[in-house]
Ligand binder design. Structure first.
Ligand code: GTP
Ligand code: MG
Length: 627
C-alpha cells in the first residue's frame, strides 16, 4: 500500500479529484456534502495498474480547519498538491505548502484542476515556482478536469510512477500508529483508524495508547476494508481494540510498541530554516504538530535569538541551507518521539506570511539533560550544532555520557556500542576519563584513611557521581581491583594474571606508629613463634582489629583470627612441627608441640584446615594432608 495526502486551497477541487480517481466519497459527513466543503479528513483508495493500492487522505482547505489538515498531512510521506486553474496560487496554497516543507515531505505531484474553466498554464507556472523552493523541489505537474475527464489518464500514470518511486518503509521499524478516528461498532467495541508510517501491527499484539501508556490489545485489524493478520507501513489501518473504553481513544493519541519509543514532554530540537528563512522572533508558546497529534509547546531558545529574519539560501545543487536555531521544548502532553523526527511548529496568532507562522524542527534529543548550571544553554547549542539531523547513539552518549541500553534504544538512535557493565552504555571518551580517575580517587581515599581495608565501592560511586555501583565494578581493572565491597590499588606488576603472585598492598602505606607496633609484635614472636600477643599486649601497643587487618593486608602479619596474629610464614612453620607428630593428632598434642595456648592453637588449626594443610577427622583428630 502507498498513502498520499491532498493539499491545497479551499474549493480548488481536492475532494472532486479523489472522488474521480477512487469512486469513493471522501466527504463523509452530510454537512460536508451539504456545504460542498471538506471539514474533516476523508479517506478513499484506488488500485494502481500493478495491483498496488494507493490510499488518499483528503484534507480540508479552509483556513479554519488547519488543525485537521495537519493531522491528515502529518503522518503521510507524499502529497498531491492541488491548485485550481481558475484560482491560481492562494493563501492556503502557501500555508499548506509551508506545512509540507516544515514536515520535510520530499515526494509529490502538482495537479492543476478545473482545467476546463481556465488555462492551466499560469497557475501551473506559479505553483511549480513556489514548490521548487521547498522540500518537494521539482515535481511533475498534470493539468486535469475531473468534470470532462481531460488529463485523468495522464494523472493516473503519474500517480503510478510516483507510487513506484516512493521509498518503502522498514517493516521491522518500531510501530507508531497515529490515530485520526475512533468509533464504536456494536458487538465489536472500539475501533481506531490511522496512518502507520513504518513498522508492523499484528493481530493479538499488545500496544500502548499514549499519552496515558494504557496497554491495549489488537483483536482485529483491517487495511482499506480488508481484514488482515498483519499490516506493515506505510499503510492506512483500522484496529479493533480490547482493553480500552469506548470514547477514550481520540485523534492525536498514538498506539506504540512498548519500549521502542521515548514518551517525552521535553526535547531539544533544531529549528530548520523554511523557504522564508528562520522566523525573526519566536513566540514563547507554539502549537506543535507531529503525525495526527497536536499539543502546546513552550519554547526556550538555546543561545542567541536570531537578530532578524535570516533568509535561507538555495544552493546550486538545489539544497537549501541557512542558519538553524536550537530550542528546548516543553510540551503540555507527552509524545512518543525518536531522534530525527520532524515536528511542525506553528504560531496560530501570527498574521501574515504563512512561511513565518509555520516552521519545521527536527528532534535531536528526546530526553535532554537539565540545563542547570550557567552557560549550559550555550554549551548545548555548541554541542547540538555539530549533530546530524538523525543523531546516532554515539552523539547521544557523548552528551549524556552514560545511558541504559533500553533508554538509548527508545530514542531510535542507531549504532549503540557494547555495554560497559550490565545494560549500561558509556561514551568511550568519558569512560576512559573515569578509568584514569578511579585510581586517583582510591589512592586519595586510602591516603586519608590508611587503616581502611580499601575504598568502599559505594564511596567511589558517589565520588565519581556514577548512577550504579556496577559501573564502579566495571571500572576496577588493572591498577585498581574490587575485593568484596572494597577497592584497592595494586602495583601494576603484582596485579598479574591468574596464577601470578597474590596482589599485595604497598607495605609502606601503614602509618608510622602502626608500623612500629607491628615490628614490636614481630620482635616478641622472634623467640616464641606461636605465642601470639594477647589482648593486653595488643592494647598496650595500640593495635586494634582494623590496624591488624591493615598490617595483614600488607603482608606484615599473618592474621588467623580477629585479634590473633603471628609472623608471616608461621603457617608453614606450624605445618613442619605438626608433621613431626604421629598422625592423626589431637588438639592438645598440637598445642604442646607448638608451645602455645588453646587461644592460639584452636584458630591456628582451623586456619590450617581452611588452607587445606591439615584435615579434620572425627573425634577432635587431625592429620596433615599429603602434599
Ligand atoms: N468545472 C469544474 N469544476 C470542478 C472541478 N473540480 C472541482 N470542481 C468544483 O469545484 C468545487 C470545489 O471542489 P471540491 O472538490 O469540493 O474542492 P476541495 O478542494 O475539496 O475544497 P475543500 O475541501 O473545501 O478545501 C465543487 O463545486 C466542484 O464540483 C473541475 O475540474 N471542473
Ligand atoms: Mg474537499
Amino acid at each position: 500500500m502507498r498513502v498520499i495526502a491532498t493539499a491545497g486551497h479551499v474549493d480548488h477541487g481536492k475532494s472532486t479529484l479523489v472522488r474521480a480517481l477512487t469512486g469513493m466519497e471522501p466527504d463523509r459527513w452530510a454537512e460536508e456534502r451539504r456545504r460542498g466543503m471538506t471539514i474533516d479528513l476523508g479517506y478513499a483508495w484506488m488500485t494502481l495498474p500493478d495491483g498496488e493500492k494507493l490510499a488518499f487522505v483528503d484534507v480540508p482547505g479552509h483556513e479554519r480547519f488547519v488543525p485537521n489538515m495537519l493531522a491528515g498531512l502529518g503522518p503521510v510521506p507524499a502529497v498531491l498538491f492541488v491548485v485550481a486553474a481558475d484560482g491560481g496560487w492562494m493563501p492556503q496554497s502557501a500555508e499548506h505548502l509551508a506545512a509540507v516543507d516544515a514536515l520535510a515531505v520530499t515526494r509529490g505531484l502538482l495537479v492543476v484542476t478545473r482545467a476546463d474553466l481556465a488555462d492551466p498554464g499560469p497557475a501551473r507556472r506559479q505553483a511549480l515556482a513556489e514548490i521548487a523552493k521547498t522540500s518537494l523541489g521539482a515535481v511533475q505537474a498534470v493539468a486535469v478536469s475531473p468534470v470532462t475527464g481531460a488529463g485523468m489518464d495522464e494523472l493516473r500514470a503519474a500517480l503510478a510512477r510516483l507510487a513506484v518511486a516512493l521509498p518503502g518503509a522498514d517493516p521491522a521499524a518500531p510501530g507508531r500508529l497515529w490515530i485520526d478516528r475512533s468509533f464504536t461498532i456494536r458487538g465489536s467495541g472500539t475501533v481506531v483508524t490511522g496512518t502507520l508510517p513504518a513498522g508492523t501491527v499484528r493481530n493479538g499484539q499488545e500496544l500502548l495508547l499514549t499519552p496515558s501508556s494504557q496497554p491495549v490489545r489488537v483483536r482485529g485489524l483491517q487495511a482499506l476494508g480488508e481484514p488482515a493478520e498483519r499490516v506493515s507501513g506505510v499503510a492506512r489501518v483500522a484496529l479493533n481494540l480490547r482493553g480500552v473504553a469506548a470514547g477514550v481513544p481520540e485523534r492525536g493519541m498514538v498506539l506504540i510498541e512498548p519500549g521502542r519509543w521515548t514518551l517525552t514532554a521535553e526535547l531539544d530540537v533544531r529549528i530548520t530554516p523554511g523557504a522564508a528563512g528562520l522566523p525573526a522572533k519566536f513566540p514563547p508558546e507554539l502549537l506543535l504538530h507531529i503525525g495526527s497529534a497536536r499539543t502546546t509547546a513552550r519554547l526556550r531558545f538555546l543561545g542567541e535569538e536570531p537578530p532578524g529574519i535570516i533568509p535561507s539560501i538555495i544552493r546550486n545543487d538545489g539544497e537549501r541551507s541557512g542558519p538553524a536555531g536550537y530550542a528546548r521544548l516543553r510540551l503540555r502532553d507527552p509524545l512518543p518521539l525518536h531522534v530525527g523526527d520532524r515536528v511542525l511548529l506553528r504560531d496560530p496568532g501570527a498574521a501574515g506570511a504563512p512561511g513565518l507562522a509555520i516552521f519545521g524542527a527536527i528532534v535531536l534529543d528526546p530526553a535532554p539533560p537539565p540545563l542547570g548550571r550557567r552557560g549550559a544553554a550555550g554549551a548545548a547549542v555548541t554541542e547540538l550544532a555539530a549533530w546530524p539531523d538523525v543523531p546516532t547513539a554515539a552523539d547521544l552518549l557523548r552528551r549524556h555520557r552514560l545511558l541504559r541500553a533500553g533508554s538509548l534504544a527508545a530514542t531510535g538512535a542507531g549504532g549503540p556500542p557494547e555495554p560497559v557493565a550490565g545494560d549500561w552504555l558509556a561514551d568511550p571518551a568519558y569512560w576512559a576519563r573515569l578509568r584514569a580517575e578511579l585510581p586517583k580517587v582510591v589512592a586519595d581515599f586510602c591516603a586519608r584513611d590508611p587503616l581502611a581495608p580499601g575504598m568502599p565501592a559505594e564511596a567511589a560511586r558517589a565520588a565519581l557521581s556514577l548512577p550504579s555501583r556496577d559501573l564502579v565494578a566495571a571500572l576496577a581493572r588493572g591498577e585498581v581491583l574490587l575485593d568484596g565491597a572494597y577497592l584497592r590499588i595494586f602495583g601494576k606488576q603484582e596485579a598479574g594474571g591468574p596464577g601470578g603472585p597474590a596482589p599485595q598492598a604497598p607495605a609502606g602505606s601503614l602509618p608510622p606508629q602502626v608500623a612500629s607496633a607491628v615490628q614490636a609484635v614481630l620482635d616478641d614472636l622472634g623467640d616464641d613463634p606461636f605465642a601470639a600477643p594477647d589482648t593486653v599486649r595488643l592494647r598496650e601497643l595500640g593495635l586494634d582489629a582494623r590496624a591488624l587487618a591493615a598490617a595483614a593486608r600488607g603482608g606484615l602479619l599473618l592474621r588467623i583470627a580477629d585479634l590473633v596474629v603471628l609472623a608471616p610464614g608461621a603457617d608453614s612453620a606450624a605445618a613442619r612441627v605438626l608433621g613431626e607428630l604421629p598422625q592423626p593428632f589431637t588438639t592438645s598434642q598440637a598445642r604442646q608441640a607448638l608451645h602455645t595456648s588453646r587461644r592460639v592453637a584452636i584458630p591456628l588449626l582451623e586456619y590450617l584446615d581452611r588452607a587445606r594443610v591439615t584435615e579434620r577427622l572425627p573425634g577432635d583428630l587431625r592429620r596433615l594432608r599429603p602434599r
